[in-house]
Design a protein around this ligand. Structure first.
Ligand SMILES: Nc1ncnc2c1ncn2[C@@H]1O[C@H](COP(=O)(O)OP(=O)(O)OP(=O)(O)O)[C@@H](O)[C@H]1O
Ligand SMILES: [Mg+2]
Length: 506
Protein backbone atom coordinates (compact mmCIF):
# COMPACT_ATOMS: atom_id res chain seq x y z
CA UNK A 1 0.00 0.00 0.00
CA UNK A 2 1.45 3.34 -0.96
CA UNK A 3 -1.42 5.60 0.03
CA UNK A 4 -0.91 7.97 2.95
CA UNK A 5 -2.50 6.92 6.25
CA UNK A 6 -5.95 8.41 6.80
CA UNK A 7 -5.82 7.67 10.48
CA UNK A 8 -2.91 8.03 12.88
CA UNK A 9 -2.61 7.49 16.61
CA UNK A 10 0.46 9.06 18.19
CA UNK A 11 1.93 8.63 21.67
CA UNK A 12 -1.15 6.99 23.16
CA UNK A 13 -0.96 6.18 26.88
CA UNK A 14 -3.62 4.59 29.04
CA UNK A 15 -3.47 3.59 32.68
CA UNK A 16 -5.92 1.60 34.72
CA UNK A 17 -5.66 1.35 38.51
CA UNK A 18 -2.41 -0.54 39.08
CA UNK A 19 -1.77 -1.18 35.38
CA UNK A 20 -0.10 0.76 32.61
CA UNK A 21 -2.02 -0.70 29.70
CA UNK A 22 -0.40 1.44 27.00
CA UNK A 23 2.53 3.81 27.02
CA UNK A 24 3.33 6.04 24.10
CA UNK A 25 1.95 3.81 21.37
CA UNK A 26 1.72 5.06 17.81
CA UNK A 27 -0.12 3.49 14.93
CA UNK A 28 -1.12 4.43 11.43
CA UNK A 29 -3.77 2.96 9.23
CA UNK A 30 -4.23 3.31 5.49
CA UNK A 31 -7.40 2.96 3.47
CA UNK A 32 -7.93 -0.55 2.14
CA UNK A 33 -5.26 -2.29 4.19
CA UNK A 34 -5.45 -5.05 6.74
CA UNK A 35 -3.33 -4.09 9.73
CA UNK A 36 -2.78 -6.73 12.36
CA UNK A 37 -2.06 -6.16 16.03
CA UNK A 38 -0.24 -8.96 17.77
CA UNK A 39 1.02 -9.34 21.29
CA UNK A 40 0.83 -11.53 24.36
CA UNK A 41 -2.24 -11.62 26.60
CA UNK A 42 -2.51 -8.28 28.31
CA UNK A 43 -0.13 -6.52 25.88
CA UNK A 44 -2.73 -3.82 25.29
CA UNK A 45 -4.24 -4.76 21.92
CA UNK A 46 -7.89 -4.55 22.92
CA UNK A 47 -7.28 -1.41 24.96
CA UNK A 48 -5.70 0.39 22.00
CA UNK A 49 -8.61 -0.58 19.78
CA UNK A 50 -11.16 0.40 22.43
CA UNK A 51 -9.53 3.83 22.50
CA UNK A 52 -9.95 4.03 18.75
CA UNK A 53 -13.57 2.93 19.16
CA UNK A 54 -14.26 5.66 21.72
CA UNK A 55 -14.75 3.22 24.61
CA UNK A 56 -11.75 4.45 26.63
CA UNK A 57 -10.29 7.94 26.74
CA UNK A 58 -6.46 7.94 26.76
CA UNK A 59 -4.51 10.09 29.22
CA UNK A 60 -2.05 11.08 26.54
CA UNK A 61 -1.75 10.98 22.81
CA UNK A 62 -3.28 12.25 19.68
CA UNK A 63 -5.65 10.88 17.10
CA UNK A 64 -5.80 12.33 13.63
CA UNK A 65 -8.29 11.48 10.95
CA UNK A 66 -7.58 12.85 7.48
CA UNK A 67 -4.85 14.97 9.04
CA UNK A 68 -7.10 16.68 11.56
CA UNK A 69 -6.75 16.22 15.29
CA UNK A 70 -9.83 14.51 16.68
CA UNK A 71 -10.83 14.04 20.30
CA UNK A 72 -13.37 11.24 20.52
CA UNK A 73 -16.14 12.01 22.97
CA UNK A 74 -17.36 8.42 23.16
CA UNK A 75 -18.55 5.40 21.23
CA UNK A 76 -21.22 7.28 19.27
CA UNK A 77 -18.67 9.87 18.22
CA UNK A 78 -16.25 7.20 16.99
CA UNK A 79 -19.06 5.56 15.01
CA UNK A 80 -20.06 8.87 13.48
CA UNK A 81 -16.47 9.23 12.26
CA UNK A 82 -16.57 5.84 10.58
CA UNK A 83 -14.82 3.71 13.20
CA UNK A 84 -16.57 0.40 13.90
CA UNK A 85 -15.37 -1.81 16.72
CA UNK A 86 -16.29 -5.47 16.87
CA UNK A 87 -15.47 -6.62 20.38
CA UNK A 88 -13.55 -9.71 21.42
CA UNK A 89 -16.76 -11.00 23.00
CA UNK A 90 -19.56 -10.13 20.59
CA UNK A 91 -21.92 -7.51 21.96
CA UNK A 92 -25.16 -7.98 20.07
CA UNK A 93 -28.65 -7.72 21.54
CA UNK A 94 -30.01 -11.31 21.62
CA UNK A 95 -33.64 -10.26 22.03
CA UNK A 96 -33.71 -8.09 18.92
CA UNK A 97 -33.92 -9.37 15.37
CA UNK A 98 -31.09 -9.10 12.85
CA UNK A 99 -32.26 -5.80 11.33
CA UNK A 100 -32.78 -4.34 14.80
CA UNK A 101 -29.20 -5.20 15.68
CA UNK A 102 -27.76 -3.83 12.46
CA UNK A 103 -29.41 -0.45 12.94
CA UNK A 104 -29.38 -0.32 16.73
CA UNK A 105 -29.14 3.33 17.78
CA UNK A 106 -29.36 4.54 14.18
CA UNK A 107 -32.75 3.22 13.11
CA UNK A 108 -34.31 4.84 10.03
CA UNK A 109 -37.43 6.81 10.91
CA UNK A 110 -40.56 8.03 9.13
CA UNK A 111 -41.55 11.70 9.18
CA UNK A 112 -42.91 12.21 12.70
CA UNK A 113 -40.22 10.00 14.22
CA UNK A 114 -41.79 6.56 13.98
CA UNK A 115 -39.55 3.63 13.17
CA UNK A 116 -39.39 2.93 9.44
CA UNK A 117 -39.54 -0.83 9.74
CA UNK A 118 -39.93 -1.46 6.00
CA UNK A 119 -36.88 0.57 5.08
CA UNK A 120 -34.88 -0.97 7.90
CA UNK A 121 -35.65 -4.50 6.70
CA UNK A 122 -34.96 -3.57 3.09
CA UNK A 123 -31.58 -2.04 3.86
CA UNK A 124 -30.68 -4.85 6.22
CA UNK A 125 -31.52 -7.39 3.51
CA UNK A 126 -29.20 -5.58 1.10
CA UNK A 127 -26.34 -5.62 3.60
CA UNK A 128 -26.87 -9.29 4.39
CA UNK A 129 -26.83 -10.06 0.67
CA UNK A 130 -23.58 -8.13 0.25
CA UNK A 131 -22.04 -10.37 2.89
CA UNK A 132 -23.52 -13.48 1.33
CA UNK A 133 -25.46 -14.18 4.50
CA UNK A 134 -28.57 -16.20 3.82
CA UNK A 135 -30.79 -15.11 6.71
CA UNK A 136 -33.88 -12.93 6.97
CA UNK A 137 -33.64 -9.47 8.58
CA UNK A 138 -36.47 -10.51 10.89
CA UNK A 139 -34.65 -13.55 12.30
CA UNK A 140 -34.13 -13.38 16.05
CA UNK A 141 -30.47 -12.91 16.79
CA UNK A 142 -30.42 -15.70 19.34
CA UNK A 143 -31.11 -18.22 16.56
CA UNK A 144 -27.88 -17.47 14.70
CA UNK A 145 -24.59 -19.33 14.90
CA UNK A 146 -21.53 -17.49 16.22
CA UNK A 147 -20.27 -17.18 12.66
CA UNK A 148 -23.49 -15.56 11.50
CA UNK A 149 -23.42 -13.18 14.47
CA UNK A 150 -19.91 -12.16 13.51
CA UNK A 151 -21.20 -11.27 10.05
CA UNK A 152 -24.12 -9.34 11.54
CA UNK A 153 -21.53 -7.26 13.40
CA UNK A 154 -19.87 -6.56 10.07
CA UNK A 155 -23.23 -5.64 8.53
CA UNK A 156 -23.65 -3.23 11.42
CA UNK A 157 -20.30 -1.64 10.57
CA UNK A 158 -21.30 -1.34 6.93
CA UNK A 159 -24.57 0.33 7.93
CA UNK A 160 -22.45 2.97 9.67
CA UNK A 161 -20.50 3.44 6.45
CA UNK A 162 -17.41 2.57 8.45
CA UNK A 163 -14.01 3.53 7.02
CA UNK A 164 -12.28 1.22 9.43
CA UNK A 165 -13.57 -1.99 10.99
CA UNK A 166 -11.76 -3.32 14.04
CA UNK A 167 -12.02 -7.09 14.53
CA UNK A 168 -10.82 -8.38 17.89
CA UNK A 169 -10.06 -12.12 17.63
CA UNK A 170 -12.87 -12.67 15.11
CA UNK A 171 -12.03 -16.28 14.23
CA UNK A 172 -11.63 -17.64 17.75
CA UNK A 173 -15.07 -19.25 17.72
CA UNK A 174 -15.64 -19.75 14.01
CA UNK A 175 -15.54 -23.04 12.15
CA UNK A 176 -12.81 -23.27 9.49
CA UNK A 177 -15.47 -22.79 6.81
CA UNK A 178 -16.87 -19.67 8.49
CA UNK A 179 -13.36 -18.28 8.90
CA UNK A 180 -12.65 -18.72 5.19
CA UNK A 181 -15.86 -16.86 4.45
CA UNK A 182 -14.78 -14.04 6.72
CA UNK A 183 -11.43 -13.80 4.92
CA UNK A 184 -13.21 -13.44 1.57
CA UNK A 185 -15.39 -10.70 3.02
CA UNK A 186 -12.33 -8.91 4.37
CA UNK A 187 -10.91 -8.98 0.83
CA UNK A 188 -14.07 -7.40 -0.56
CA UNK A 189 -14.15 -4.75 2.15
CA UNK A 190 -10.54 -3.73 1.59
CA UNK A 191 -11.09 -3.65 -2.16
CA UNK A 192 -13.82 -1.10 -1.42
CA UNK A 193 -11.27 1.00 0.48
CA UNK A 194 -12.27 0.01 4.01
CA UNK A 195 -9.38 -0.50 6.42
CA UNK A 196 -9.38 -3.49 8.76
CA UNK A 197 -7.60 -3.65 12.10
CA UNK A 198 -7.25 -7.32 12.87
CA UNK A 199 -6.33 -8.80 16.25
CA UNK A 200 -5.56 -12.50 16.46
CA UNK A 201 -3.36 -15.04 18.21
CA UNK A 202 -3.33 -17.27 15.13
CA UNK A 203 -0.18 -16.60 13.18
CA UNK A 204 -1.10 -18.62 10.09
CA UNK A 205 -4.09 -16.41 9.41
CA UNK A 206 -2.22 -13.21 10.22
CA UNK A 207 0.52 -14.14 7.77
CA UNK A 208 -2.07 -15.02 5.17
CA UNK A 209 -4.58 -12.18 5.23
CA UNK A 210 -2.85 -9.05 6.55
CA UNK A 211 -0.66 -6.42 4.87
CA UNK A 212 1.17 -5.05 7.89
CA UNK A 213 1.69 -6.11 11.48
CA UNK A 214 2.23 -3.98 14.57
CA UNK A 215 3.66 -5.82 17.54
CA UNK A 216 2.82 -4.74 21.10
CA UNK A 217 4.67 -5.89 24.19
CA UNK A 218 3.80 -4.74 27.71
CA UNK A 219 1.88 -1.74 26.46
CA UNK A 220 4.55 -0.55 24.06
CA UNK A 221 4.89 -0.84 20.34
CA UNK A 222 8.00 -2.90 19.71
CA UNK A 223 7.88 -3.27 15.98
CA UNK A 224 6.16 -2.76 12.68
CA UNK A 225 6.48 -5.36 9.98
CA UNK A 226 5.39 -5.84 6.42
CA UNK A 227 3.61 -9.17 6.39
CA UNK A 228 5.29 -10.30 3.18
CA UNK A 229 8.73 -9.74 4.72
CA UNK A 230 8.22 -11.62 7.97
CA UNK A 231 7.58 -15.13 9.20
CA UNK A 232 6.19 -17.04 12.14
CA UNK A 233 9.43 -17.23 14.15
CA UNK A 234 10.30 -13.57 13.77
CA UNK A 235 6.81 -12.58 14.88
CA UNK A 236 6.94 -14.78 17.94
CA UNK A 237 10.36 -13.64 19.08
CA UNK A 238 9.40 -9.99 18.60
CA UNK A 239 6.20 -10.54 20.52
CA UNK A 240 7.69 -12.23 23.56
CA UNK A 241 11.15 -10.69 23.36
CA UNK A 242 13.12 -13.91 22.99
CA UNK A 243 13.39 -16.92 20.72
CA UNK A 244 10.72 -19.46 21.28
CA UNK A 245 9.30 -22.61 19.79
CA UNK A 246 6.26 -24.43 21.10
CA UNK A 247 7.27 -27.88 22.12
CA UNK A 248 4.86 -30.29 23.62
CA UNK A 249 6.07 -31.47 27.00
CA UNK A 250 7.42 -35.00 27.35
CA UNK A 251 5.32 -37.34 29.45
CA UNK A 252 6.65 -39.38 32.32
CA UNK A 253 3.77 -41.58 33.44
CA UNK A 254 1.97 -44.38 31.62
CA UNK A 255 -1.84 -44.40 31.71
CA UNK A 256 -3.15 -46.75 34.43
CA UNK A 257 -6.49 -48.44 35.10
CA UNK A 258 -9.78 -47.35 33.55
CA UNK A 259 -11.32 -44.50 35.52
CA UNK A 260 -14.15 -43.37 33.31
CA UNK A 261 -16.28 -45.82 31.39
CA UNK A 262 -18.93 -44.41 29.09
CA UNK A 263 -21.35 -46.94 27.58
CA UNK A 264 -23.71 -45.85 24.84
CA UNK A 265 -24.46 -42.47 26.34
CA UNK A 266 -26.95 -40.57 24.20
CA UNK A 267 -26.54 -36.83 24.24
CA UNK A 268 -29.93 -35.07 23.86
CA UNK A 269 -30.59 -34.60 20.15
CA UNK A 270 -27.63 -36.70 18.98
CA UNK A 271 -28.23 -39.39 16.36
CA UNK A 272 -26.46 -42.20 18.23
CA UNK A 273 -24.92 -43.27 21.50
CA UNK A 274 -21.27 -42.74 22.36
CA UNK A 275 -18.98 -45.25 24.08
CA UNK A 276 -15.41 -44.76 25.22
CA UNK A 277 -13.25 -45.08 28.28
CA UNK A 278 -10.45 -43.04 29.78
CA UNK A 279 -7.66 -44.20 32.06
CA UNK A 280 -5.86 -42.87 35.05
CA UNK A 281 -3.14 -40.45 33.95
CA UNK A 282 -4.42 -40.35 30.39
CA UNK A 283 -5.03 -37.32 28.22
CA UNK A 284 -7.88 -38.22 25.90
CA UNK A 285 -8.27 -35.63 23.17
CA UNK A 286 -11.57 -34.81 21.45
CA UNK A 287 -11.20 -33.53 17.91
CA UNK A 288 -13.91 -32.38 15.54
CA UNK A 289 -15.31 -29.29 13.93
CA UNK A 290 -17.04 -26.60 15.99
CA UNK A 291 -20.55 -27.97 16.52
CA UNK A 292 -19.62 -31.63 16.04
CA UNK A 293 -21.06 -32.54 19.44
CA UNK A 294 -17.99 -32.54 21.69
CA UNK A 295 -19.09 -29.76 24.04
CA UNK A 296 -22.56 -31.29 24.35
CA UNK A 297 -21.06 -34.60 25.42
CA UNK A 298 -18.89 -32.88 28.03
CA UNK A 299 -21.94 -31.11 29.44
CA UNK A 300 -23.60 -34.49 29.93
CA UNK A 301 -20.55 -35.89 31.72
CA UNK A 302 -20.54 -32.85 34.00
CA UNK A 303 -24.25 -33.09 34.81
CA UNK A 304 -25.35 -29.96 32.97
CA UNK A 305 -27.56 -31.90 30.57
CA UNK A 306 -29.12 -35.31 31.13
CA UNK A 307 -28.28 -38.20 28.81
CA UNK A 308 -31.17 -39.93 27.04
CA UNK A 309 -29.76 -43.36 27.63
CA UNK A 310 -26.66 -45.36 28.40
CA UNK A 311 -24.53 -45.82 31.47
CA UNK A 312 -21.55 -44.16 33.11
CA UNK A 313 -19.05 -45.57 35.56
CA UNK A 314 -16.48 -43.45 37.35
CA UNK A 315 -13.77 -44.88 39.60
CA UNK A 316 -15.50 -48.27 39.52
CA UNK A 317 -18.94 -47.04 40.56
CA UNK A 318 -22.08 -46.40 38.54
CA UNK A 319 -22.57 -42.69 38.30
CA UNK A 320 -25.53 -40.62 37.12
CA UNK A 321 -24.64 -36.93 37.01
CA UNK A 322 -27.93 -35.10 37.45
CA UNK A 323 -26.37 -31.76 38.22
CA UNK A 324 -22.83 -30.33 38.21
CA UNK A 325 -22.68 -30.67 42.01
CA UNK A 326 -22.86 -34.49 41.59
CA UNK A 327 -19.85 -34.42 39.30
CA UNK A 328 -17.91 -31.99 41.48
CA UNK A 329 -18.54 -34.16 44.53
CA UNK A 330 -16.70 -37.00 42.76
CA UNK A 331 -13.85 -34.80 41.65
CA UNK A 332 -14.98 -34.22 38.07
CA UNK A 333 -14.57 -30.68 36.83
CA UNK A 334 -15.30 -28.91 33.60
CA UNK A 335 -13.40 -25.87 32.33
CA UNK A 336 -15.92 -24.53 29.80
CA UNK A 337 -15.13 -22.99 26.44
CA UNK A 338 -17.16 -19.86 26.99
CA UNK A 339 -15.60 -18.32 30.05
CA UNK A 340 -17.83 -15.26 30.07
CA UNK A 341 -21.04 -17.26 30.26
CA UNK A 342 -20.08 -20.19 32.45
CA UNK A 343 -16.68 -19.78 33.91
CA UNK A 344 -16.43 -16.51 35.77
CA UNK A 345 -18.20 -14.05 37.98
CA UNK A 346 -16.87 -10.98 36.24
CA UNK A 347 -17.48 -8.29 38.87
CA UNK A 348 -15.68 -10.30 41.57
CA UNK A 349 -11.96 -10.29 42.26
CA UNK A 350 -9.63 -12.99 40.95
CA UNK A 351 -9.24 -14.47 44.44
CA UNK A 352 -12.95 -15.11 44.92
CA UNK A 353 -13.34 -16.51 41.42
CA UNK A 354 -10.59 -19.02 42.09
CA UNK A 355 -11.96 -20.22 45.42
CA UNK A 356 -15.66 -19.96 44.61
CA UNK A 357 -16.35 -23.60 43.61
CA UNK A 358 -14.67 -24.81 46.78
CA UNK A 359 -16.09 -22.16 49.06
CA UNK A 360 -17.19 -24.65 51.71
CA UNK A 361 -13.56 -25.57 52.27
CA UNK A 362 -12.69 -22.02 53.13
CA UNK A 363 -15.37 -21.81 55.82
CA UNK A 364 -14.27 -24.36 58.38
CA UNK A 365 -16.29 -22.61 61.06
CA UNK A 366 -18.40 -19.58 60.42
CA UNK A 367 -15.87 -17.17 59.08
CA UNK A 368 -14.38 -17.23 55.67
CA UNK A 369 -10.71 -17.96 55.71
CA UNK A 370 -9.66 -14.92 53.74
CA UNK A 371 -5.98 -15.46 54.30
CA UNK A 372 -6.02 -19.01 52.99
CA UNK A 373 -8.13 -17.88 50.08
CA UNK A 374 -5.49 -15.31 49.20
CA UNK A 375 -2.69 -17.85 49.50
CA UNK A 376 -4.40 -20.32 47.18
CA UNK A 377 -5.35 -17.58 44.73
CA UNK A 378 -1.83 -16.18 44.73
CA UNK A 379 -0.42 -19.61 44.05
CA UNK A 380 -2.62 -19.89 40.94
CA UNK A 381 -1.81 -16.32 39.90
CA UNK A 382 1.86 -17.27 39.77
CA UNK A 383 1.36 -20.76 38.32
CA UNK A 384 -0.89 -19.59 35.51
CA UNK A 385 1.11 -16.42 34.92
CA UNK A 386 -2.01 -14.29 35.26
CA UNK A 387 -1.11 -10.73 34.44
CA UNK A 388 -2.77 -8.58 37.11
CA UNK A 389 -1.58 -6.19 39.83
CA UNK A 390 -2.98 -8.49 42.56
CA UNK A 391 -5.51 -11.24 43.21
CA UNK A 392 -7.90 -8.54 44.41
CA UNK A 393 -8.15 -7.21 40.86
CA UNK A 394 -11.64 -7.67 39.38
CA UNK A 395 -11.85 -10.29 36.64
CA UNK A 396 -13.91 -8.00 34.40
CA UNK A 397 -10.82 -5.78 34.07
CA UNK A 398 -8.49 -8.54 32.88
CA UNK A 399 -7.58 -9.08 29.24
CA UNK A 400 -9.37 -11.93 27.46
CA UNK A 401 -6.53 -14.41 27.72
CA UNK A 402 -5.93 -13.68 31.37
CA UNK A 403 -9.59 -14.35 32.13
CA UNK A 404 -9.12 -17.78 30.60
CA UNK A 405 -6.16 -18.42 32.90
CA UNK A 406 -8.31 -17.59 35.93
CA UNK A 407 -10.88 -20.19 34.85
CA UNK A 408 -8.16 -22.81 34.65
CA UNK A 409 -6.64 -21.77 37.97
CA UNK A 410 -9.99 -22.03 39.67
CA UNK A 411 -10.39 -25.71 38.81
CA UNK A 412 -6.78 -26.68 39.34
CA UNK A 413 -6.96 -25.25 42.86
CA UNK A 414 -9.57 -27.96 43.57
CA UNK A 415 -7.23 -30.90 42.93
CA UNK A 416 -9.60 -32.73 40.58
CA UNK A 417 -9.59 -36.45 39.62
CA UNK A 418 -11.06 -35.98 36.17
CA UNK A 419 -10.63 -32.69 34.43
CA UNK A 420 -12.61 -31.78 31.34
CA UNK A 421 -10.98 -28.98 29.38
CA UNK A 422 -13.02 -27.46 26.57
CA UNK A 423 -10.75 -25.47 24.25
CA UNK A 424 -8.29 -24.74 27.06
CA UNK A 425 -6.05 -22.43 25.05
CA UNK A 426 -8.59 -20.45 23.07
CA UNK A 427 -7.47 -16.82 23.02
CA UNK A 428 -4.26 -17.65 24.88
CA UNK A 429 -0.98 -16.31 23.55
CA UNK A 430 1.75 -18.64 22.38
CA UNK A 431 4.01 -18.26 25.43
CA UNK A 432 1.22 -18.88 27.93
CA UNK A 433 0.03 -21.82 25.85
CA UNK A 434 3.30 -23.64 26.36
CA UNK A 435 2.94 -23.09 30.09
CA UNK A 436 -0.60 -24.47 30.10
CA UNK A 437 0.56 -27.51 28.10
CA UNK A 438 3.27 -28.13 30.65
CA UNK A 439 0.73 -27.99 33.46
CA UNK A 440 -1.75 -30.28 31.74
CA UNK A 441 0.99 -32.85 31.10
CA UNK A 442 2.19 -32.61 34.70
CA UNK A 443 -1.34 -33.17 35.99
CA UNK A 444 -1.72 -36.27 33.84
CA UNK A 445 1.63 -37.55 35.08
CA UNK A 446 0.32 -37.12 38.63
CA UNK A 447 -2.52 -39.49 37.77
CA UNK A 448 -5.29 -37.11 36.75
CA UNK A 449 -7.50 -38.16 33.86
CA UNK A 450 -7.96 -35.38 31.35
CA UNK A 451 -10.53 -35.05 28.60
CA UNK A 452 -9.40 -32.28 26.31
CA UNK A 453 -11.65 -30.84 23.61
CA UNK A 454 -9.62 -28.89 21.10
CA UNK A 455 -10.15 -27.58 17.61
CA UNK A 456 -6.45 -27.08 17.06
CA UNK A 457 -5.09 -30.19 15.44
CA UNK A 458 -1.49 -29.50 16.37
CA UNK A 459 -2.48 -29.17 20.02
CA UNK A 460 -4.70 -32.22 20.13
CA UNK A 461 -2.03 -34.36 18.44
CA UNK A 462 0.82 -32.96 20.52
CA UNK A 463 -0.91 -33.39 23.87
CA UNK A 464 -3.12 -36.47 23.69
CA UNK A 465 -2.45 -40.14 24.40
CA UNK A 466 -5.46 -41.04 22.25
CA UNK A 467 -7.92 -38.93 20.30
CA UNK A 468 -11.67 -39.42 19.94
CA UNK A 469 -12.88 -37.79 16.73
CA UNK A 470 -16.39 -36.43 16.34
CA UNK A 471 -18.30 -35.72 13.19
CA UNK A 472 -21.89 -34.53 12.98
CA UNK A 473 -22.58 -35.42 16.58
CA UNK A 474 -21.30 -38.97 16.23
CA UNK A 475 -18.10 -40.47 17.50
CA UNK A 476 -16.48 -41.44 14.22
CA UNK A 477 -13.48 -43.18 15.75
CA UNK A 478 -10.74 -43.26 18.33
CA UNK A 479 -7.12 -43.02 17.23
CA UNK A 480 -4.25 -44.52 19.23
CA UNK A 481 -1.08 -42.56 19.87
CA UNK A 482 0.80 -44.12 16.94
CA UNK A 483 -2.08 -43.31 14.58
CA UNK A 484 -2.18 -39.63 15.48
CA UNK A 485 -1.59 -37.37 12.54
CA UNK A 486 -3.51 -34.58 10.84
CA UNK A 487 -4.57 -36.70 7.91
CA UNK A 488 -6.15 -39.44 10.01
CA UNK A 489 -7.97 -36.95 12.19
CA UNK A 490 -9.22 -34.90 9.25
CA UNK A 491 -10.67 -37.96 7.58
CA UNK A 492 -12.63 -38.93 10.65
CA UNK A 493 -13.58 -35.32 11.30
CA UNK A 494 -15.22 -34.95 7.95
CA UNK A 495 -16.95 -38.26 8.38
CA UNK A 496 -14.96 -40.22 5.81
CA UNK A 497 -13.44 -43.12 7.68
CA UNK A 498 -10.93 -44.64 5.24
CA UNK A 499 -9.59 -48.13 5.09
CA UNK A 500 -6.07 -46.88 5.62
CA UNK A 501 -7.08 -45.54 9.00
CA UNK A 502 -7.05 -48.25 11.54
CA UNK A 503 -9.90 -47.14 13.72
CA UNK A 504 -10.14 -48.53 17.20
CA UNK A 505 -13.72 -48.47 18.31
CA UNK A 506 -13.92 -48.18 22.05
N1 LIG B 1 -11.24 -1.82 32.18
C1 LIG B 1 -10.05 -2.15 32.69
N2 LIG B 1 -9.74 -1.89 33.99
C2 LIG B 1 -8.54 -2.23 34.49
N3 LIG B 1 -7.55 -2.82 33.79
C3 LIG B 1 -7.79 -3.09 32.49
C4 LIG B 1 -9.05 -2.78 31.88
N4 LIG B 1 -8.99 -3.18 30.59
C5 LIG B 1 -7.77 -3.72 30.40
N5 LIG B 1 -7.03 -3.67 31.55
C6 LIG B 1 -5.65 -4.12 31.71
O1 LIG B 1 -4.86 -3.54 30.69
C7 LIG B 1 -3.90 -4.48 30.18
C8 LIG B 1 -4.09 -4.64 28.69
O2 LIG B 1 -5.28 -5.38 28.46
P1 LIG B 1 -5.87 -5.67 27.01
O3 LIG B 1 -7.24 -6.19 27.20
O4 LIG B 1 -5.71 -4.50 26.14
O5 LIG B 1 -4.89 -6.85 26.51
P2 LIG B 1 -4.91 -7.69 25.16
O6 LIG B 1 -3.61 -7.40 24.48
O7 LIG B 1 -6.15 -7.42 24.40
O8 LIG B 1 -4.84 -9.19 25.69
P3 LIG B 1 -5.63 -10.57 25.23
O9 LIG B 1 -4.78 -11.17 24.15
O10 LIG B 1 -5.57 -11.40 26.46
O11 LIG B 1 -7.00 -10.22 24.81
C9 LIG B 1 -4.11 -5.76 30.98
O12 LIG B 1 -3.16 -5.78 32.02
C10 LIG B 1 -5.51 -5.62 31.52
O13 LIG B 1 -5.65 -6.30 32.74
MG1 LIG C 1 -7.82 -8.58 23.95
Amino acid sequence: MTTAPFLTMTGISKRFPGVVALSGVSLEIRAGEVLSLVGENGAGKSTLMKILGGVHIPEEGELRIDGEVVVLAGIADAKARGIALIHQELMLAPNLDVAGNIFLGGEPTLPGGRLDRARMNREAAALLARLGLDIKPTTQLARLTTGQMQLVEIAKALALKARIIIMDEPTSSLTPVEAEKLFLIIKDLTAAGIAIAYISHRFEEILRITDRISVLRDGKRVGDLLTKDTNHDQLVSMMIGRDFTTRFPPRAGKPGETVLDVQDIVVPGAPAGVSFSARRGEILGFAGLVGSGRTELMKVLFGVDRPQGGALRFAGEAFVPLKPADAIERGIYLVPEDRKLHGLVLPMPISMNITLPDIANYRPKWWLQRRRELVVANEQLVKQGIKAPSVLHKVVNLSGGNQQKVVLGKWLAMRPKLLILDEPTRGIDIGAKAEIYRQIAALADQGLTILMVSSELEEVIGMSDRVAVFSQRRLSGILEKHELNEENIMHLMTGQARNTVKVTHA
